[in-house]
Write a protein that binds this ligand. Sequence first.
Ligand SMILES: Cc1cc2nc3c(=O)[nH]c(=O)nc-3n(C[C@H](O)[C@H](O)[C@H](O)COP(=O)(O)O)c2cc1C
Length: 174
Amino acid sequence: MTMTMPSKNDLLSFMRGLRAVREYTPEAVPQTILEEILDVGRWSATASNRQLHEIVVVRDQAVKDQFAAWGAKPAGPAAVALLIVTANDASAFDEGRVAERLALAAKACGLGSCIATLKNEGPEAAKGLLGIPPERRARTLVAIGHTDVAARRALPRAPQARKPMSEFAHWDRY
Ligand SMILES: Cc1cc2nc3c(=O)[nH]c(=O)nc-3n(C[C@H](O)[C@H](O)[C@H](O)COP(=O)(O)O)c2cc1C
C-alpha cells in the first residue's frame, strides 16, 4: 500500500484554516482520540524544555458549565475542555503554544476546537474546584468537540477575517 503525503499546499491550508469553533454536537470524543490530541500537546516545546504545564481533561458537564459561567463560554457545549495548568504568568508563552497545538491536533482528528480563557474569579475558583495547587496558573482551556456543521453554516460570515498582509508583515524594517 502506498501512502500519499499531504502536499505543501494541503499542509499550509490546514494550518491557515484553523478557526475557533463554538458550535458542537452532543457526541462524545473517544478516549483514544483524546489521547492522540494530548500526545501532540505533550510534545509542544517549552523554554529550556522545562515542561511546566499539565492538562486537566474535563468531561464532567457540571464543571464545563462552570467554566462557561466563568467566561470560557465554548466549554459549555463542547464534549471536553482541556484546562492547561502551568507554573505562573511567566509561562504564558508556553501555554499559548500548547493551546495552539492541541487545537491543531483536534483539527487533524476532524474535530472543532476553541481556545478560551477563564475570567474574573474563574482561574482561582477552578483551581479550588479541581484540586489544582494554589500557586499554579490555570486560566486557558481548549474546548473540543464534533463540529455542528449546520449551526456553523448558519452563522453570519465575517466580512474580513484577518487584516491584509500589507498591514501584517513589514519587510526589513517596520
Ligand atoms: C488566547 C485566546 C483566547 C481566546 N479566548 C476566547 C474566549 O474566552 N471565548 C471565545 O469564545 N473565544 C476565545 N478565543 C477565540 C478567538 O475569539 C478567535 O480565535 C478569534 O476571534 C478569531 O476567530 P477565528 O479563530 O475563528 O479565525 C480566544 C482565542 C485566543 C487565541
